[in-house]
Structures are given as C-alpha cells and as structure tokens.
Design a protein around this ligand. Structure first.
Ligand code: IPE
Ligand code: IPE
Ligand code: MG
Ligand code: MG
Ligand code: MG
Length: 290
C-alpha cells in the first residue's frame, strides 16, 4: 500500500509540476507550490484509481483528475489552517502556508489552487469529450461549495464549543471531507455515463469512505503523534470541536468506524464490486497514524 501511494504521489506531482511549469510564472505560484508539494498522502487519488480501475479507465486520465482533486484538497488545507479557521501553524511537517508567506498570500494561493482544479479538468491534455468534462466540472464545483467542503467547514466552525447531535456531526463531516471522496468515487461512473441510480450509489460509498477518513483523522488528533502526523495533535479537544470522539468516546468512535467500514464492503459486495485494492485502502484509512 505504501509503495502504491508513493507511486501515485510521484505521478500526480509530476503532472502538476509540468502543468504549472507550462503557465507563466508569478510570485503567487511559489506559495501555491508550497501548499501543494511535497507531502500529502494522495489517498483521494488512490480511491479514484481503485474505482477507476474497476471501470477500466486509463491510468493517465485518472491521475489527471486526481491531480485536480489534490489541488482542491491542498487549497482546503491552506484555508483550514488560517487564523480565522483552525489557526494551525504546522502542516505536512512544515510551517503552514500563511506562516511562511503571510495570510493574504495564503488566501490567494488557496483561491488559485481551487480554480486550477478546473483548469486541469477543462484542459486539452485531458482526453475526454466535452460533455463529460462539463459533468465533471459541475460535480466538482458542487463538491467544493456550500453543499460540500465550504459548507462543511462553515458547520465545523459554527459547532465549536457546542453540544451537537451525532447526526449533525456526521452531516458536517460528510460535507467537509466526505464530498471530495464522493467525487473520487463517482468520476468513473460519470466517465462511463452511468445512470442516476449508479451515480447515487457511488456518491454514497464516497460519503461513507470520507466519513471513515475524517473519524480516523479525529482519532489521530486525539491520540496520535504530532511528529508522525506532521500537524499539531490534541487540538480538537482544546478548540471544542464537535467530533464523534467528543460525543461518543474514543472506543465507541473506533467501534462506529469499523461498522462503517463493514457496511461499505457489504454494499460493494451486493453489486459484485469486489476490489482488493479498495479493501486495502479502507484498511489503511482506519489504521494509519498520519
Ligand atoms: C487532512 O487530509 C484533512 C482532512 C480532510 C481530514 P489528509 O490526511 O488527506 O492530508 P494530506 O494530504 O495527507 O496532508
Ligand atoms: C479538515 O478537517 C477538513 C478540510 C476540509 C480541510 P480538520 O481541520 O480536522 O483537518 P486537519 O486535522 O487540520 O488536517
Ligand atoms: Mg478544520
Ligand atoms: Mg484543521
Ligand atoms: Mg483533524
């Protein structure tokens, strides 16, 4: 699994470096690159590849779409660390982008990475027909806005220091983190022009995987090492973040995450979508320490 992630990270970063190199160099691009490279597990790209492989979609196409996803993800992390958001100083083992370049530059670098994702999806290098590209752009913009990442981040911040119900926490975590995983899971179905029922199925699988991923992230914050995680841990409790650990307790949160994992595997089995690659990714998501 580690080796596979290393290869995906190498191929994705190579594509992104070349994509940026083709554009005119600006000062802002230095901050964008800082937020984008190095580091990042590329787990969203791995999920995209796991499911894309089931659908027999070309590796290069999947890496390019994964690169767009990683741009959105990197933007969301740059903004997540800002003083007006989580106010974190360490990211991927180095000073957060706003610490290194200042707040306004970090905001603008984040904005530029967000839009770069759409530049990638609409570029002529991506060999898909225009209709499919429009569908991908539509889905990724929905994923990123008030119904997805931005909306989830809004809820995350507004829930601080409040007692929030389990369902509301789940809804928030699915929005801020799950939606981008949903996008990764649904891309192959969009490319293969599957019907709405199939699209919904893969979106739901993605939401569950994303929820699983966020619970694991919360577990790392609760008990993990800052040195290994590359970000300061133990901060969710201090900030009064609404997490399932905070609500249900550490052991119950682990129990719940295992239930989600088995439900995902069961749902995939029902559709005869057996994938050892995907199973190994799910195991990794739950057992990771960074
Ligand atoms: C961290 O995501 C933020 C969450 C959505 C929980 P990752 O753990 O995937 O961050 P990188 O890309 O590996 O740094
Ligand atoms: C971040 O969740 C979710 C995003 C959409 C960026 P967290 O705030 O828990 O992520 P970390 O722990 O700072 O990486
Ligand atoms: Mg946050
Ligand atoms: Mg944070
Ligand atoms: Mg966290």
């Amino acid at each position: 699994m580690k080796n596979k992630l290393v290869k995906i990270a190498k191929d994705t970063n190579l594509f992104l470096k070349q994509f940026i190199k083709k554009q005119k160099k600006t000062k802002l691009v230095t901050a964008m690159q800082y937020g984008l490279f190095p580091g990042g597990k590329k787990i969203r790209s791995k999920i995209l590849l796991d499911i894309g492989t089931i659908f027999k979609i070309e590796y290069k196409t999947l890496v390019m779409i994964g690169a767009a996803v990683e741009c959105i993800h990197a933007y969301s992390l740059i903004h997540d660390d800002l003083p007006c958001m989580d106010n974190d100083k360490l990211r991927r083992g180095k000073p957060a982008t706003h610490i290194k370049f200042g707040e306004s530059t970090a905001v603008l670098a984040g904005n530029s990475l967000l839009t770069m994702a759409f530049e990638i999806l609409t570029s002529s290098n991506l060999k898909l027909n225009k209709e499919i590209k429009v569908d991908l752009v539509q889905k990724l913009s929905e994923t990123s806005g008030h119904l997805g990442i931005a909306g989830g981040q809004y809820l995350d911040l507004s829930f601080e220091k409040k007692r929030i119900s389990k369902n509301k926490i789940i809804d928030m975590e699915i929005k801020k983190t799950g939606k981008l995983f949903s996008f990764c899971c649904v891309v192959p179905a969009i490319i293969k022009k599957k019907n709405n029922k199939d699209i919904k199925f893969f979106e739901n699988i993605g939401s569950s995987i994303g929820l699983l991923f966020q619970i694991a992230d919360d577990l790392i914050d609760f008990k993990g090492s800052s040195k290994i995680a590359g970000k300061i841990t133990g901060k969710d409790k201090k900030k009064g973040k609404a997490t399932l650990i905070n609500l249900l307790g550490y052991q119950n949160a682990i129990k719940y995450s295992n239930e989600i994992k088995f439900k995902i595997i069961k749902d995939l089995k029902k559709r005869s979508l057996k994938s050892n690659n995907l199973n190994e990714t799910l195991d990794y998501i739950l057992t990771r320490n960074k």
